[in-house]
Design a protein. Structure first.
Length: 66
């Protein structure tokens, strides 16, 4: 199963497969639906590589295959 991550609003909300994950008022990432382990791992990796990297001015879509 591959995991597709697409930015909606940089640093605020992203689409992980068909789920929307967003940052709440406390700075935590939340999703209305439960993400699978593979989706959660892919998003955590995307966060550490892209979201937390100040060199990325515009966030890009990513696909994690597994």
């Amino acid at each position: 199963m591959s995991v597709k991550i697409k930015p909606i609003t940089d640093h605020e909300s992203y689409k992980v497969n068909e789920h929307i994950i967003f940052k709440d008022g406390l700075g935590n990432w939340n999703c209305k639906n439960d993400l699978s382990n593979k989706e959660r791992q892919a998003f955590n990796q995307y966060e550490s590589i892209v979201i937390k990297n100040p060199r990325f001015k515009k966030h890009t879509s990513a696909t994690y295959k597994g």
